[in-house]
Every structure is written in C-alpha cells, then in structure tokens.
Design a binder for this molecule. Structure first.
Ligand code: ADP
Ligand code: MG
Length: 798
C-alpha cells in the first residue's frame, strides 16, 4: 500500500470542508524544510530508506518519526497470541516451545516446524532452510525456552493460525542477539539487512521496554526501531518545529515535540511513553481542528444563487405523478433542503439515511427545484454501475418530464445526461454538449464529471451520492465548475458518529432521513461456518427456495479469479473504504495460503450445486467491459437472471427490489460497514430479506465475532461505531474520504471525543486571533502536511 508522503500534488480541500472559492491556493505556507523534510536515504542509508518507502510509504525523516510504535513490550511480557487475525502482518514476542525438522521429500532442503507460545496459546511457525548450513544456523537459534520476536503474515492452515517463514530476531540467552532469517531462505528483507542487525531493538529490550512497530513483510519492526534510533540521535530542538502554540503547551503541560518523539520511540522505563503519546494524539486533533476553524472562518464569505422552484414547474409536475406518497422523513428533509436552496448562502448539507430509506427521491426533488429555477444539477456517483443505474432510474421516474425537445416531452421537461469514463466518443461529445448548453438540467456521472473538459451552463447544485467513496477534493473540483458557489447535498448510508462529523464533516449541516418507505421488511442475517457442509447445503437450499418463489439472490465474492500474477482481490475496483484485507500472494502454490473465493470459482461451484440446478446465473465484476456490466445488470434487474455472482460492485446503491437473498463468501474479509451496505441490497421490495455471511474461520476467531455482531443488529449507527472501534478511522475516514489517513495515527475519533473537543476549542481561540496562522508558521506547516493529498486512483474502477 503506497503511502501518500511521496505524492507531489499540491494540497487541495481540507478534510470535510469545501474549499472556499478562490481560496484554494492561499492555504498555509509549507515550512517543512530542514531536517524533518530530509529524505531518509541520507539519514539511514539507501537500502533501508528504499525498504521504508516501498513498504511503508515513509520518505522523509519526519515521516519515519511519525511512524509510532503500535505497542510496547515489557521485558518478558509475551504477546497474547489469541488476538492474532488471519491476513494481518503480526510481530509477536513469544517463547519457543518445540522444534522439529525433517528433510523435504521431493526437493532439496528441509522443513523446520517450530511452535512458539505465549504461555497459553501455541502458534506453529514453519521454516524452509535450503541446505544443511542454513538448517544448522536455524537450529542454533530456535532453542526451546528462548524468546524472540517473530514477524510475518498470519495464515490459516487446517483450521489453526500459523506464521509461515517469519522473520525472527532472538534475544538471549544463547549467542546474544542475532539477525533474522537465513541468508539463503526465500523472502528477503528487501534490502533492509544492513540495519536488521543487533542494535536499537535489543538495547531497548534489555533496558526493559521494546517498541513494536506496525511492520510489513518487507520491513521488520526491529529494522524500523534501528532507523528511528539513528535519526533521533542527531536531531536537535531546532530541527523539530513545534506546531503547538506555547499557550496550548502550557495549558496542557505537554512535553515539546522532540522530547515527545524521543519518549514515544525509545521509552526509558515502562510508562515513559504515555505522556508523549497523549501529546502527539492531541496534536493530531489540534492541527486538524485548526484547519477546520480556518476554513469555517472563510466559508462565511461565500455566496450562492438562490434557487426556488416555480409553483407550476417541473418539481410540481413530478410530485403530481409520483407513484407513492413521500415518507414523513422525505417530506421533512425535503423542506429543509428547499429552504437551504432558497438562500444566498450555499447549502452544505449531509443527508444520512439507512440503505433503502429513499434518498434518491429527496435528491431528485432538490435537483428539479434547481432546474425549475433555471439552473443545472450534477449527481456524482462513485461507480459506473451506480451512475448508470441512477441515470436509468431518474429517467424512468421522470418519464416524459425527461424528454425535453422531443415530441412526447412535457412542456416543463428537461433532459438527464450520463457522463462516465467509458462512454464512446460520440456519446461523450453529446453529453458534454448537453451539459455545456444547459439542455441537460441534470447530469449524472462518475468522477469523469470532474475532468477539465466538462462545462456547465449554470451549475446550481451538486449532489454527491454515497459520500464515503469520494475524496473531499473530488467534491470541491466539481463545485469549482460553477460560476457562483453551487449548493451541495452529500448523501450517505453510512451513519456518521458525532465525533467523525466534527472531524471530517466540520462544515456540513446534517439531516437524518428517518424511517423506511412502507412495506419494507427487516433483513435476517446469519453467520455460517463454511466448513460445515450441512449448513452450507442448507444455505444453498434456501437460495433455491427464494428462486422458486420468483425472487432473486446475490452471491458476493471478494475476488474475481482471472488474475494473472496479480494477487487475488487486488485487481477489483473500489474495494470499499473498508474493503477486503490484503490478500495472500497469488501463485505462491503454498497450501497454507488461503485462497479467497472468486466470482469465477463460485460460478463454477454453483453450476455443480444440486439444489441450484436450472437456476439462471450471471457474473458481474469491475473488470468486465462497461457494456457487458451494464447488460448483466439490466438482465438481473429485469428478472432474466436468478442469481448474480458479483464482487462488491453491487455494494453501493444497486436497487433490485425483487432480490431477497444474499450470500457473502469469505465475509470476514469485509469490513463491518461494508457488510451492512452489502446486505442493504436485499429486502428492498415487500419481501423479507435474508443474508448469509460465510467464513472458513474457526469459531473463536475475532473475524467471526465481527460477523456475529453484524448478524445480530441492523442498526447502522451501532455498527458504524463498532467499525470505528475495531478498525481505526484510517480505514473509515480513509484516504478516500479526506486525505487524513496518513495523518491520524494516534487519534481515534470514537474513543477520543474529549481530546477532539478540547482541541477544537483551543484551535478556535488561536485562529480567532490569527486566522491565517501568520504568527504560527510551524502550525501552518503541519496543516499543509495534513492536507497532502493521498492517492486517489481507486476511483471509478467498479
Ligand atoms: P437509498 O436511500 O438506499 O438510496 P433509494 O433512494 O434507492 O434508497 O430507494 C429505495 C427504493 O425505495 C427505490 O426503489 C425507491 O423508488 C423506493 N422509494 C423511495 N421512496 C419511497 C416511498 N416514499 N414510498 C415507496 N417507495 C419508495
Ligand atoms: Mg442510494
């Protein structure tokens, strides 16, 4: 996963705050020069620097120092091995409890089975030394009773967890500290060997506190510790600009930045790091809140064109032919939105509503009001599938109201244009023309809408659907296409806890769409153990029953299954803010690697499943050509397919009311919010929905507990909080959301409410006196750093 720090694009919008017009380039001046901005190569040597950049995205001295330990181990305190999760890269401190070796049967080399323990749980490790020398070296290290650090990918093998060929770093008593794995064993340390030697890690170990860093296969925790040590040794106060104003430092009694960094990385005694981490955590909140306060001060100056619907216009005509009554919620929110649109201050509204609560109608009515007033509206969707669906359903809902300029068109009619990246040249030109001429009152699109070439005659409203897939920068780019600031409506089905709203949506007013349209049935969810053949058979039987009753089903898979070389799953578009975790490397041929279920494999499996004989299946995934995707989606929507085997392309917004059943394969690979979104695809008609969450994990695995909590509640708010707690907001806010990902390392927005609130009020005080941070250059620099945009290439691949 590439980190953003090497990105060189200029800073764009702030997290959660649209850039005020004309203010885009007048942000705080970067002051990240000097030691902290120095490339790591100079400080720690090129091979280590390369590994740190390639595997952790750390480029500068500052990046490295902000890569804080994830945990601290006291001497003799072993890692709780029951907490390991499949798929994660773990560094554990454990004791060797048995060692056995044998010769490989068909190839040269050996297999060494080592078991390590924390006193309660045992975890097997497997090594494959290639020759006698390597074997002897390994056996000298792996002595029963010895303690060491072991670092590697956690795999599932025959129902139990194991680390395959981990890197290791042993501590006394024999031979003293020694370097990790054998020279000639597979899977090198990526050029980091020069530092992997004894040193910082073991010094710290002996002094009593050992930092454990978030590591990866390519860079071990102890290598990071060593590099940090080298860097810290040469830094002086003046090399480390202090972003916190004196007043704030004094008020909280915090240590200065350099002291804090030293204590966080190299605590001298147990507990030494605590104050430091408190300060660093507060600092993250403060810098973010400083930027939010700065933006808030500026937003006050923007103006928008007020848009009021005509009494006998398009909106009135639409309301008249609406086939259902609006829910109370839709009516209330509709009024709030209408009032906003009529003001000269731009609307900044976040519309939260459970999946299926009917947000689209609310958005459409807002768009029609704007069209009535002579303006245009743009609807931004995160995927092509969703954009195409919106285009279809808006056109269908509008009927002859969307046929302006044709014989059948109503007087007040407009047109709805679709603009996505995969349009042919002609269709694209046509859509561009309709947008630029104003002929299309509504333009639906993916991020293709953000491109330079797209012009609007009079863009009055931007609607962003399923916000969590868009970076704030995208939102702003579209708004920049209007001559006055357009109104903004952001829709999300992912409930946003209050603290997240404070951090990431600082400027948005919030509307909550309560209640579902009448006739909705609750979804029953079940966690199913994939290893239990009887349950699995019963599950397919249930799918069959739905199909026999004339209903349809989704089977969702984490991967596509046609990869060549690419790891499974990596290739799928938009894996979601909380998409499937990193996959085991493909094609390694190791039986230990868990191969994730693919659409291709499931399609083949279902062909053989006796209870599903004769069922009409289709396959949908992000790498199909757009026309094919569209065709499959259409035939599923038309009921010509019974079962749709798909990747998460169906996650967001897909609306087929006749679908009542969903099976999620390898469900433990999906995040909580993502599962909640996924199952929102079923039970949208009048019929009860059922969702099966399949997982091969053993009963006690943390992943299964997560599935059970998803199965146990349909309360999206409760699940969103749980998601935040279990995953950390890096994934929830995400680079995708706000670019804050790399900056929020310590702050947890659910847990740290108090910190955020204090920082917010402190920041407001500082900004009130110095709104452009002219007197706080180090803080201005930290803000610039915070806004450094992250990779955005994830967009529009679904
Ligand atoms: P979401 O909030 O998840 O985006 P949609 O806007 O897609 O939900 O609405 C889900 C379905 O409910 C659509 O088929 C829509 O036509 C229907 N719907 C919306 N509002 C109402 C209503 N007031 N009464 C009945 N059906 C409704
Ligand atoms: Mg929707």
């Amino acid at each position: 996963m590439a980190g953003g720090p090497s990105s060189e694009r200029p800073a764009a919008g702030a997290p959660g705050l649209p850039a005020p017009r004309g203010a885009e380039h007048s942000g705080p001046v970067p002051v990240t020069t000097g030691r902290m901005a120095e490339p790591l190569g100079r400080a720690v040597g090129l091979p280590t620097a390369k590994a740190l950049e390639a595997h952790l995205g750390l480029v500068t001295v500052g990046d490295l120092l902000r890569h804080y330990p994830r945990d601290y181990r006291r001497r003799g305190q072993l890692t709780d091995l029951s907490g390991l999760e499949v798929g994660e890269h773990a560094t554990v401190l454990a004791r060797v409890s048995s060692v056995r070796h044998r010769k490989m049967q068909r190839r040269p080399g050996y297999v060494v089975d080592v078991v390590v323990e924390d006193g309660a749980v045992r975890v097997p490790l497997t090594f494959f030394p290639r020759h006698g020398g390597a074997l002897a070296h390994l056996l000298r290290e792996m002595v029963v009773g010895r303690t060491g650090l072991f670092s590697g990918k956690v795999n599932l093998y025959r129902g139990s967890l194991q680390l395959v060929h981990p890197e290791h770093h042993m501590s006394g008593p024999r031979g003293g500290p020694e370097v990790g794995q054998d020279d000639d064993a597979a899977g090198g340390a990526g050029g980091a060997e020069d530092l992997a030697a004894e040193g910082a890690a073991m010094d710290a170990f002996l002094s009593g506190v050992l930092p454990i860093y978030p590591a990866t296969q390519g860079v071990q925790s102890w290598t990071i510790a060593k590099a940090v040590g080298i860097v810290l040794d040469v830094l002086a106060e003046e090399d480390v600009p202090e972003p916190l104003p004196d007043m704030v430092l004094a008020r909280h009694g915090f240590p200065g930045l350099l002291d804090a960094l030293r204590a966080a990385h190299q605590p001298q005694h147990p507990g030494h790091e605590e104050r430091a981490l408190e300060r660093l955590r507060y600092e993250e909140a403060f810098v973010l809140q400083a930027e939010l306060a700065r933006r808030r001060l500026r937003v006050g100056t923007q103006t928008a064109v007020p848009r009021r619907p005509r009494p006998d216009g398009l909106l009135a005509a639409f309301d008249e032919r609406l086939p259902f009554a609006l829910t109370d919620g839709q009516r209330e929110v509709g009024e709030e939105v209408a009032a906003d649109l009529a003001r000269t201050a731009p609307m900044h509204r976040l519309l939260q509503g459970e999946v299926g609560s009917g947000k689209t109608v609310v958005a459409l009515r807002a768009m029609l009001a704007v069209v009535d007033a002579g303006g245009q509206a743009a609807l931004l969707a995160p995927t092509e599938v969703l954009a195409a669906q919106h285009h279809r359903s808006l056109t269908a809902m509008l009927g002859d109201l969307a046929e302006a300029g044709t014989l059948g068109g109503a007087d007040v009619a407009t047109r709805v244009a679709l603009l996505t990246g995969s349009l042919g040249a002609r269709a694209r030109r046509e859509a561009l023309l309709q947008a630029a001429s104003g002929e299309a009152g509504i333009v639906v699109g993916t991020h293709a809408l953000l491109q330079e070439a797209v012009q609007f005659a009079d863009l009055g409203l931007v609607v962003v659907d399923e916000q969590h897939r868009f970076g704030v920068e995208q939102r702003d780019a579209l708004r920049a296409k209007a001559s006055a600031t357009p109104h903004l409506l952001v829709m999300t089905a992912t409930p946003i806890p209050r603290t997240v709203a404070m951090t990431s949506f600082g400027d948005l007013e919030t509307s909550v769409l309560r209640g579902l349209p009448a006739g909705r049935s609750p979804i029953a969810s079940h966690a199913v153990n994939a290893g239990n053949a009887a349950w699995v058979a019963r599950m397919w039987q249930r799918v069959r029953e739905e199909v026999d009753a004339g209903r349809q089903a989704y089977v969702v898979c984490p991967t596509i299954g046609d990869e060549e070389g690419a790891g499974p799953g990596r290739g799928e578009g938009v894996p979601g803010a909380d998409g499937p975790a990193e996959e085991p490397p493909g094609g390694s041929g190791r039986e230990e690697d868990r191969v994730l279920v693919s659409t291709a494999a499931v399609d083949a499996l279902l062909a053989e499943e006796p209870s599903l004989a004769g069922v009409r299946r289709g396959v949908l995934h992000g790498r199909m050509p757009p026309e094919e995707k569209d065709a499959v989606m259409r035939s599923f929507a038309a009921g010509d397919l019974d079962v749709l085997v798909a990747t998460t392309v169906v996650e967001v917004g897909v609306d087929v009311p006749n679908a009542t059943c969903m099976v999620v394969m390898d469900a433990d690979r999906f995040g909580i919010s993502q599962l909640h979104q996924l199952r929102g695809r079923v039970g949208r008609g009048g019929h009860a929905g059922t969702c099966f969450l399949l997982s091969p994990l053993p009963e006690h695995a943390p992943g299964v507990a997560r599935l059970k909590s998803v199965a146990a509640t349909t309360d999206g708010f409760a699940l969103a909080e749980l998601d935040l707690e279990t995953r950390g907001e890096g994934d929830v806010l995400g680079a995708r959301q706000s670019g804050v990902r790399s900056s929020l390392r310590l702050l947890r927005v659910v847990r740290d409410v108090d910190v955020i609130e204090e920082a917010r009020s402190d920041a407001a005080q500082v900004l009130a006196v110095d709104p452009e941070l002219r007197r706080h250059p180090a803080l201005a620099g930290a803000v610039t750093e915070l806004l450094r945009p992250q990779h955005e290439s994830f967009l529009e691949r679904g």
